[in-house]
Write a protein that binds this ligand. Structure first.
Ligand code: FES
Length: 610
């Protein structure tokens, strides 16, 4: 942090909040609210004279409420910049009649109560999102009595107690009597790895943090009895297993089982833990002077605000979703936005530093050439045909289409922001959008070719490039047998498959049609497959109204790793196909022709060359 503060190419905006973000890679516009510090940064030498006279005492957030601070304070000892700040919520004000003592005490005259919040507008090319984490609040787990028993602490509270700069200068003390505890018990996985209470994922750092704390306790208090209650210990990093062994060698007892309840002895304020030891199958009772809950991490609330600003995607655990878990682990799906630290999942310091370095390198790699290369598969609007309905702008997952209905200007696609999913082209009722390299004409030509000979024996499959098509590939590589009469039509995303393609396939005699894409949350174009889902449901309703069996159109989510599932779905499709009679197919053609489907405006296959 100090290095970043000194670096000539880095501007640190502390006490600031991003309030708006718009634009696209290379041209992001960011609005930042820089809150008034009331202390002139460059002048304050952090001498502390102001703190001595401030009459307001409030709990210190950095020490998790275990100590107090004044209304003028330094957030933590290594804070950058090294200057004081006034807590506007707590300060009594500068009117001499009320207070103003800090102003009087400051010899350098760097306290300025007339300072006001500033709104900054920044133009940036790339963004690194590092939103951090919050720790799990154990108050909901009533069985541990965190709010009732004074000597039950969280791992963060112990961390502050054990720190030499903490509220007790590194002395580990019980909060009930300020005595050094003779025995300490740690309970692992509090708020983590639970499907019912807390979060289902592993918080990654708690095991090693506990092992480190046990070693520190044993180093400072060799006689202290230390026990760790765990489900399993996850010590998989470099040197971590060694630390675990050292902790056990130092006399720390590891007991496999999580206590079901903590009770307090009202006389001694000691704690009694009841645990089902899964290693011995015995119900045991243990005593400890202090219990430490190894609390997990969860994504902070404010992540949602940034998510909406930058059109980011979240995974089911609530953290941001990376563009690809193996190949692009620091990229977001929005071009030019990267992740660092715990924004994308719980991480320890080493991993966070690695990811931050990778994110910075990725951002530099993008910006250094001065020009941006984009894939040629972007969308283009024909201004003559556009009816300015605004649907394309609404469905675009990247906010890459500008539609100004009021000004009467046709939709315009920003090629730098467009990722080429094709959802806009599939939803455009006027057929005004061309998806380069995946044009309507090209896809229509593939449908026609698929059903040219023996249409009743063929099964057209629309498969997205990233998951379903790769799933088919996997099935092939794994030599998994599936019916040979399926014909794949690849699109970049299932969102590209328009209603007209489905009607075209049926009107050309297809007995059944399959549309397949990535599972929800896995779509490579943020949420484009949600539009696929809505569209297919709309087609099913129309089929029902027209008297066609909706089951003849199938929708399946198949991932790249699900080769076996792909083969099974193909088998099912073949069974469905066999159940469709020539009469039903002929009847379908008549019904669709009468209904004018596919839409009259749909371009014919001869445009395929375009
Ligand atoms: Fe597979 Fe969107 S990329 S459904």
């Amino acid at each position: 942090m100090a290095d970043a503060g000194r670096h000539p190419n880095i501007t640190l905006l502390t006490n600031s909040q991003v309030t708006a973000a718009s634009g696209y890679v290379g041209n992001f516009n960011i609005k930042v609210l820089k809150k008034a510090r009331m202390v002139v940064e460059g002048q304050c030498t952090a001498c502390g004279d102001c703190v001595k006279v401030c009459p307001v005492v409030v709990p210190d957030e950095f020490n998790v409420g275990l100590s107090s601070r004044r209304a003028i304070y330094q957030p933590f000892p290594q804070a950058v910049p090294s200057a004081y700040i006034i807590d506007g919520q707590q300060c009594l004000g500068h009117e001499p009649i009320v207070c103003g003592k800090c102003m009087e005490a400051c010899q350098k005259k760097c306290i300025d109560f007339n300072m006001s919040d500033e709104e900054l507008e920044l133009k940036v090319g790339t963004i690194v999102v590092a939103t951090g984490v919050d720790v799990y609040d154990p108050t909901v787990l009533d069985e541990y009595g965190y709010t009732r028993h004074e000597n039950v602490l969280t791992s963060l509270e112990l961390e502050r107690l054990i720190s030499s700069g903490g509220p007790s200068q590194g002395q580990v003390i019980r909060l009930s009597d300020r005595a050094v505890p003779q025995s300490v018990a740690f309970i692992q996985c509090v708020g983590s790895r639970s499907l019912k209470r807390g979060n289902p994922y592993c918080s990654n750092i708690c095991c090693m943090n506990t092992i480190k704390s046990t070693l520190m306790l044993k180093e400072h208090y060799p006689e202290m009895e230390v026990k760790v209650f765990y489900i399993d210990i996850r010590a998989f990093g470099k040197g971590f297993e060694d630390l675990f062994r050292r902790s056990k060698a130092a006399g720390v007892r590891y007991i496999r089982g999580i206590p079901g309840e903590i009770q307090e002895d009202p006389q001694t304020r000691g704690l009694v833990l009841t645990v089902d030891n899964t290693a011995t199958n015995a119900l045991e009772t243990h005593r400890a002077d202090m219990v430490v809950l190894a609390v997990g991490m969860h994504p902070p609330e404010q992540m949602k605000v940034i998510q909406e600003m930058l059109a980011l995607q979240k995974s089911p655990d609530g953290f941001y979703l990376e563009a690809h878990p193996k190949l692009q682990p620091v990229d977001s799906a929005t071009r030019g936005v990267f992740f660092a630290g715990c924004a994308e999942g719980p991480k320890d310091i080493k991993e966070s530093v690695t990811q931050a370095s990778a994110a910075a390198a990725r951002a530099m790699r993008l910006m250094t050439p001065g020009k941006l290369r984009v894939e040629a598969i972007t969308a283009e609007v024909d201004p003559e045909t556009c009816t300015i309905c605004g649907i394309c702008g609404k469905v675009c997952p990247y906010q890459a289409i500008a539609v100004k209905a009021k000004g009467g200007k046709p939709a315009f696609v920003n090629a730098a922001a467009c990722m080429g999913c094709g959802t806009c082209a599939a939803e455009c009722p006027a057929h005004a959008i061309t998806m380069h390299h995946f044009t309507d004409g090209q896809i229509n030509a593939q449908i026609d070719a698929t059903l040219e000979d023996d249409p009743q024996g063929r099964i057209p499959i629309f498969a997205c490039n990233w998951c379903s098509y790769a799933g088919a590939d996997f099935a092939g590589v794994a030599r998994l047998p599936y019916p040979p009469n399926t014909r794949l039509i690849r699109t970049m995303c299932s969102g590209r498959v328009s209603e007209d393609f489905i009607w075209r396939a049926f009107s050309q005699g297809a007995p059944v049609v399959l549309l397949s894409g990535c599972h929800f949350g896995d779509c490579h174009y943020i949420n484009a497959n949600h539009w696929t889902d809505k569209r297919v449901k709309r087609i099913w309703r129309k089929m029902e109204k027209l008297g066609l069996r909706p089951e003849r159109l199938q929708l399946e989510w198949i991932s790249a790793a699900e080769g076996m599932r792909f083969a099974q779905v193909m088998q099912r499709m073949e069974e469905l196909r066999a159940g469709v009679t020539p009469e039903e197919i002929a009847q379908t053609k008549v019904i669709l022709a009468q209904a004018g489907l596919p839409g009259e405006k749909a371009p014919p296959a001869k445009q395929a060359a375009g």
